[in-house]
Every structure is written in structure tokens, then in C-alpha cells.
Write a protein that binds this ligand. Structure first.
Ligand SMILES: Nc1nc2c(c(=O)[nH]1)N[C@H]1C(S)=C(S)[C@@H](COP(=O)(O)OP(=O)(O)OC[C@H]3O[C@@H](n4cnc5c(=O)[nH]c(N)nc54)[C@H](O)[C@@H]3O)O[C@H]1N2
Ligand SMILES: Nc1nc2c(c(=O)[nH]1)N[C@H]1C(S)=C(S)[C@@H](COP(=O)(O)OP(=O)(O)OC[C@H]3O[C@@H](n4cnc5c(=O)[nH]c(N)nc54)[C@H](O)[C@@H]3O)O[C@H]1N2
Ligand SMILES: [Mo]
Length: 674
């Protein structure tokens, strides 16, 4: 019998939001997943992970039923229970906690483990808003990139224009691993337009290995480079005076801001040479046009918000936006949905407190927090692995007076600390809407197969819990398709004529202005932006150094990068064959010049340590890092480690803008494991 084919959309936290075709056999089992070539971004390829997505769906490690903990927290001993028992227990524990401590003693914790709109921005939020639970500030992933655009007149260039650029600057991003369809557009520019690729990254990433020019500033010093580029461009009269006069304000403030940023000063700060800085500034200013694609990778230091602001001044200074392909290349389509209609921020009571997700460890272990967190409900995120200051997070999760519920597909390190685990569906098992944070398309994800085991979607869990808790809002009675309709009603997408029927039928749709136009006559960029000042951001570009810089008498002399992996996404996939086959060892990459004086040879077992924690790794001696910088991989759980993970070495310090993280702004020492 012929296989049935269903079009799904990948809901991983990735800019690409790929469209894929799933074949299902007569028994209802998915037997193949492949790229949907009719999607303009997805084209012919899925990434290495989703290409093997069925390994994930049918993994023997899937959580199949609700579970109740039977051993100590963290040990991972559970017994299966029914959904009814699980829901009854959760509802009665929460009710008790609300009566004794108030609803703010409940903390919902989630991120974009699924970027389905119902999954990530849906009725789970509405449920906790209605209860009056503590709010979560979800700033773990590059919030600066959006915050610096407010009030500054930034207008992005659609990434689909990248093939027309003459020079492409990939700044702190590794698209060969993290957005293969952005890489495809860059590849096309190089192949058909002989575009030059400049990669700015302290590490020789897979993308950097392809670069024509690879600039390697110390992590967190990008702002110094960007300001020095401005200095050189003005000094050498490479600015586009006509564009500046017509389309910008306050150039004199910018002139003053960059006056002291000589290439010599920036060279000292960044570790680049003066010649590298000057040549790059000239290349950038004279390209017709140059596109900058910055990533989240460069947004993990204390001063990276300020760095982004400095970078965003460069296109206006050089008139790159005269061309559709010039400027800052970026797009986000999530705003096309009416998410407030399903997440209901209006349910929130005025004055409800908020805690930052990066600081979960601090929050759970803070003896002065009033009320203390007594219940934690986790979905779509794996904080035991991904949040900063891992020792503190684990200490908090081990608290016996904390009632923890985790809704997942796998028994992750966070789930091993849960009182109750609920099994979650994957993207093949439930319908949802999908937005993108890298391209201008929205999509429909249709369920291709029935839920595996007894797993249920996030929206279903919200419905079940709301009903147990006696919340009678109509919203909690809507089924998934009705919620999807609601999120499209009175939305920007609806304003463009997109309906649930057309989206379901077509699978995806482009939203927003057409991509092929440069900025219009009304475009104005503010070199001094009061709008930014009101958000706590300096109105004129300035430099903020990293929080942690090695000093001659400091005990931790090496800068640490905690890096994402090609074969996993964050902590997901790290227990699956696709990842473990490619990365059997946890490697610490160290330059031979740093290894030699420490008596470390390639393949030695080493300890990476700082004042927060330590991690055991195998040393890999390599020039992918410069002297003074080492890497450890991010994302593995303790199940796949000899020891704790990368975040045992990262502090929960928040960055300068929008409370971003500082995962790549930490110092360590590395030594042989005795
Ligand atoms: N395969 C895979 N794909 C993914 C993910 C994954 O884990 N694996 N995660 C997804 C998620 S959640 C995100 S946010 C995106 C992120 O994807 P990207 O935006 O590409 O960011 P990263 O891969 O974290 O980092 C990119 C590069 O930034 C460099 N970097 C670190 N600090 C600095 C700095 O201070 N300055 C500069 N110039 N460079 C720096 C790192 O060395 C790294 O090579 O990828 C998504 N896609
Ligand atoms: N040191 C260091 N730390 C980092 C980073 C780094 O580069 N270095 N990157 C940071 C960044 S950019 C990000 S975005 C975060 C990412 O961190 P997370 O958002 O926590 O991402 P994952 O580790 O993939 O965890 C997602 C979890 O969601 C679950 N999940 C997936 N789909 C569903 C669903 O439909 N329903 C439910 N209920 N659960 C589901 C999966 O089982 C998985 O356990 O990590 C951050 N932490
Ligand atoms: Mo992220």
C-alpha cells in the first residue's frame, strides 16, 4: 500500500524553520523524512539532525507514560503512573502551595525546545498567567539583537538578498552548523557572484574554515573592532556623506564616539593586528554592497549589546542600504501571529514578580526570596544543562521541598530531578503554527503520526491542568486547531490575506514587505537614539569590555568558549546515535602553546576549572583556538559525561542590554587529570 505523505515544519529552535515531507506506512509508522523542495528556504536539504529525526521519534529512550519519582532527586528512578494520577497530584500540590505561599511560589520554566507557537507561546503561558505564578524573563538567547533596534531606525535586509552581496560579513555566527540554509544563500553568493566571505569569530568554526578572511578577536571585544572600523572609515574618507546627510541624524555624536578608537587601541583590546582592522574597514566600506549577518554566538558577553549597537552603525555610515542586499541581514516572522490571543499576557496581575531564566540556580537557592519557589513546572527547556552556574541549578533542583514537574520527550538531567515526568509529543505528533527568527516565512505543521506512547502536546497539558484546577476561561476549552485559528485571527498574517485554510493548504507563506527593495526615501538611522536611552541603552555607540579578562596575577588565565555542536541542538540529540557517533568524546580544544607549558598532550584527560565548577574533558591540541582561549562543548547531559557540563563553568551574570547571557565571558585554567 502506498505511503501517506504529510508536510510538517521543523519546530527546533533554529532560524531555518524547514518544511519537510514525512512518509507514513500502513501501520501508522513514519518511515521517512526529507526536505520539501517547494519551500524557498528549505530547498533540497534538511540538516544532519532532522534528516535522522525518526531516530529521535522512535528512540528507545522516549518517555512513554507519566512517571512518578521513586528514588532520590537526580538518580533517575521512576515508576509509571496514569495521566489521571499525575494530573490529580499536580493539581493538589499546586493548590496546597498556592494556599500556603501564594501563586508566586510557582515558577513556570520554558524556552524554545519547540518553536511551535502553541508549544512555546501558547496556553501554557496563559495557564500560569491566570494562576498568578512568577513570570520568567526568557532572555537566554540573544535578546540584545532585537533590543538594540528599538528607536534607532534599524531596518533589516532580508537574508534572501544575500546572494547579491559582494562582501558578506558573518559576525559571531556559524551557519554551516547552526543555520544551513543561511549558509546555502552565502554559498550561492560566493559561487555566482564571487562574493568575499569575512568571518569574525575567535574560533575557527566550520564556517570560518571557508572564509576568505577570518578575523579572530577575543570573545566579547567585537565592539572595539566595530568602533575602530568607524574611526578608520571616517579618517580615510570612506563614509557615504550623501547617504549620511539624507538618511541619518547625529553623525557628529558618532564622530566623537569613535574619535579615540584608533586601530592601535582596538588592536590592543581585540588581539587583532592594526593591518587586519584597517584592511577590513576598507573592504567593508568599499563593497557594493556588503551584508552583515550577526549571530547569537557574539551575544554571550557582558558588553555584547553595546557591540551590536556599534555594528549597526556601520551600514548607515557607508551607505550599504542603497542596495537591497546591503546592511544588516536578518528577518523574523514570529510577529505575524497574534500570540497574545493564546498566551494572554493580560491575565497577569499587576506587580507579579519576574525572575530571569539564566539565573534559575540563584532563584531556587535564594533563602531570602519571598515567597520561595516551591513548585517548578518545566517544558521546552532543559535547565539542568543549559542554564548558567550549573552547580547552583542542580543544588536547587535537589531541594526536597521543591515540587518539580517536567514535561519532555526524554529523561534529561532536569527530568531526573522531577517529582512527576509527563511524556511530550514531538513535532511529528501534534499540529502547530511555526514562525522563524531568521527568515520571512510562517508555516503550518501538521501531525504526521499519532502520539508515541501516551505523550501529549503542551497545549493538551495546559487544557488538562486548567480543567483540573477549575479554570473556566473559554480559551482552555479550545482544541489545537481552534487555537491555531485564534493565533491567526486579527494577526499581521491575516492582514496579508493568510487564513488557516490557505496556510494549511500551502504549508507556508511569506510575510512582511517584499525582500528585493533597498530602504525607502523615509528611512532614517539615528546615530544618537533617545529611544534606546529609554530602554537603558546608551544612545550613542560605545564600548563595554567583557566582564572577565585575564590579568597577570589572576588564577584563571584562559578565556573560555562554550560552543554549540554540529550534530545536536542545545542539549537535544546528545543521547542519540547521530550525535554520539560523531562526537564520542567531550573535547577541550586548547592551543599547543597553552598545552605545552601545562604538560598536556593531545588525547590526555584534563580538568577544566574555575571558581564556579569543573569539567572533565579529553584535550584536543589545535590551532582552531588562538593562544589564551580554550573551548568546551555545550549541551551534553551528565548521562553522556564523565562530569558536569559546560555550564558548570559559566556565571549567571547578565549582560549590558536586555539581560542577555554571558556564556562566552568566563575564565578557566586547564590541567592534567591526576
Ligand atoms: N547544530 C546546531 N544548530 C543550532 C543550535 C545548536 O545547538 N546546534 N542552536 C540553535 C540556537 S538556540 C541558536 S541561538 C543558534 C545560534 O547559532 P549562531 O548564531 O551561529 O551562534 P553559535 O553557534 O552559538 O556561535 C557562533 C560562533 O560565535 C563564536 N563566538 C563566541 N563568542 C563570540 C564573540 O564574543 N564574538 C564573536 N565574533 N564570535 C563569538 C563562537 O566561537 C561560534 O563559532 O543556533 C541554532 N541552531
Ligand atoms: N554554555 C552555554 N549555554 C547555553 C548556550 C551556549 O551556547 N553555551 N546556548 C543558550 C541558548 S542560545 C539557548 S536558546 C538555550 C537552549 O536551551 P533549551 O531551550 O533548554 O534547549 P534544549 O536543550 O534543546 O532543551 C529543549 C527541551 O525541550 C524539550 N522539548 C522539545 N519539544 C518539546 C515539546 O513539544 N513539548 C515539551 N513539553 N518539551 C519539548 C526537549 O525534550 C528538551 O529537553 O541554551 C543556552 N545555554
Ligand atoms: Mo538560542
Amino acid at each position: 500500500m502506498a505511503h501517506q505523505e504529510t508536510r510538517v515544519t521543523c519546530t527546533h529552535d533554529c532560524p531555518d524553520a524547514c518544511s519537510a515531507i514525512v512518509s507514513v506506512d500502513a501501520s501508522g509508522r513514519a518511515v521517512d523524512i526529507r526536505a520539501d523542495p517547494s519551500h524557498p528556504i528549505t530547498g533540497r536539504h534538511l540538516c544532519v539532525k532532522v534528516d535522522r529525526y525518526l531516530e529521535r521519534v522512535y528512540s528507545p529512550d522516549r518517555v512513554m507514560t507519566p512517571l512518578r519519582r521513586t528514588g532520590p532527586k537526580g538518580e533517575g528512578r521512576f515508576e509509571p503512573i496514569t495521566w489521571d494520577d499525575a494530573l490529580d497530584e499536580i493539581a493538589s500540590r499546586w493548590q496546597q502551595i498556592i494556599e500556603t505561599h501564594g501563586a508566586e511560589a510557582i515558577l513556570p520554566y520554558s524556552y524554545l525546545g519547540s518553536m511551535g507557537m502553541l508549544d512555546a507561546f501558547g496556553t501554557c503561558d496563559a495557564l500560569f498567567n491566570r494562576l498568578g505564578a512568577t513570570l520568567l524573563d526568557r532572555s537566554i538567547c540573544g535578546p540584545q539583537g532585537f533590543a538594540v533596534t528599538f528607536g534607532a531606525g534599524v531596518q533589516w535586509s532580508d537574508p534572501e538578498n544575500l546572494p547579491d552581496a559582494e562582501t558578506i560579513v558573518v559576525w559571531g555566527m556559524d551557519p554551516v552548523s547552526t543555520s544551513i540554509h543561511t549558509w546555502e544563500l552565502i554559498r550561492r553568493a560566493r559561487k555566482h557572484n564571487h562574493a568575499k566571505l569575512v568571518v569574525i569569530d575567535p574560533y575557527r568554526s566550520r564556517t570560518a574554515a571557508y572564509a576568505d578572511i577570518h578575523l579572530r578577536p577575543h570573545a566579547g571585544t567585537d565592539g572595539a573592532l566595530a568602533l575602530a572600523m568607524g574611526h578608520v572609515i571616517l579618517r580615510d574618507e570612506l563614509a557615504d556623506d550623501e547617504f549620511i546627510a539624507r538618511h541619518t541624524t547625529d553623525i557628529d555624536d558618532y564622530r566623537t564616539a569613535v574619535a579615540d578608537w584608533t586601530p592601535e587601541r582596538a588592536a590592543e583590546e581585540t588581539g587583532l593586528s592594526v593591518a587586519e582592522i584597517v584592511e577590513f574597514a576598507h573592504l567593508y566600506a568599499t563593497a557594493r554592497p556588503a551584508a552583515i549577518r550577526y549571530g547569537v554566538g557574539m551575544q554571550r558577553s557582558a558588553g555584547s549589546g553595546s557591540a551590536l549597537r556599534a555594528i549597526q552603525c556601520l551600514p548607515a555610515l557607508t551607505g550599504q542600504q542603497r542596495w537591497a542586499a546591503g546592511g544588516i541581514s536578518n528577518a523574523v516572522s514570529i510577529g505575524a501571529f497574534n500570540l497574545d490571543s493564546i498566551s494572554r499576557p493580560d491575565f497577569t496581575l499587576d506587580g507579579t514578580r519576574s525572575v530571569n531564566m539564566i539565573q534559575l540556580g540563584r532563584t531556587l537557592t535564594d533563602a531570602d526570596l519571598d515567597p520561595p519557589i516551591r513548585a517548578l513546572h518545566v517544558w521546552n527547556s532543559n535547565p539542568a544543562v543549559i542554564a548558567a552556574d550549573q552547580q547552583k541549578v542542580l543544588e536547587g533542583l535537589r531541594r526536597d521541598d521543591l515540587f518539580t514537574v517536567v514535561h519532555y520527550q526524554f529523561l534529561t538531567d532536569t527530568a531526573r530531578h522531577a517529582d512527576i515526568v509527563l511524556p511530550a509529543t514531538t513535532m511529528l505528533e501534534h499540529a502547530d503554527l511555526v514562525g522563524s527568527w531568521g527568515f520571512s516565512y510562517i508555516s503550518w505543521n501538521e501531525a504526521a503520526i499519532k502520539p508515541v506512547g501516551e505523550s501529549r502536546s503542551n497545549a493538551e497539558v495546559a487544557r488538562l491542568l486548567a480543567s483540573r484546577l477549575g479554570l473556566d476561561d473559554e480559551l482552555f476549552k479550545l482544541d489545537d486547531h481552534q487555537l491555531m485559528e485564534l493565533a491567526l485571527t486579527d494577526s499581521a498574517a491575516a492582514g496579508e490575506g493568510i487564513t488557516p485554510e490557505t496556510l494549511r493548504q500551502d504549508g507556508f507563506a511569506r510575510v512582511g514587505p517584499s525582500s528585493g527593495e533597498p530602504v525607502g526615501p523615509d528611512f532614517m538611522f539615528a546615530f544618537s537614539a533617545e529611544g534606546l536611552a529609554s530602554a537603558g541603552i546608551h544612545p550613542v555607540a560605545q564600548y563595554r569590555p567583557p566582564a572577565n579578562v585575564p590579568t597577570p596575577d589572576g588564577s584563571f588565565p584562559l578565556r573560555l568558549l562554550t560552543l554549540k555542536r554540529h550534530h545536536s541542538i542545545n542539549s537535544s540529540y546528545t543521547s542519540l546515535p547521530v550525535f554520539l557517533g560523531a562526537e564520542p568524546e567531550t573535547l577541550c580544544e586548547i592551543h599547543p602553546d597553552d598545552a605545552e607549558p601545562r604538560g598536556i598532550n593531545d588525547g590526555d584527560h584534563v580538568r577544566v576549572v574555575n571558581g564556579l565548577g569543573e569539567m572533565e574533558c579529553v584535550a584536543s591540541l589545535t590551532e582552531k583556538v588562538t593562544p589564551g582561549t580554550v573551548t568546551v562543548p555545550f549541551g551534553r547531559g551528565q548521562g553522556q559525561h564523565r562530569s558536569a557540563g559546560a555550564n558548570s563553568l559559566t556565571s549567571d551574570l547578565l549582560g549590558d542590554i536586555a539581560d542577555g547571557p554571558t556564556f562566552c565571558d568566563n575564565l578557566v585554567e586547564v590541567g592534567p587529570l591526576s
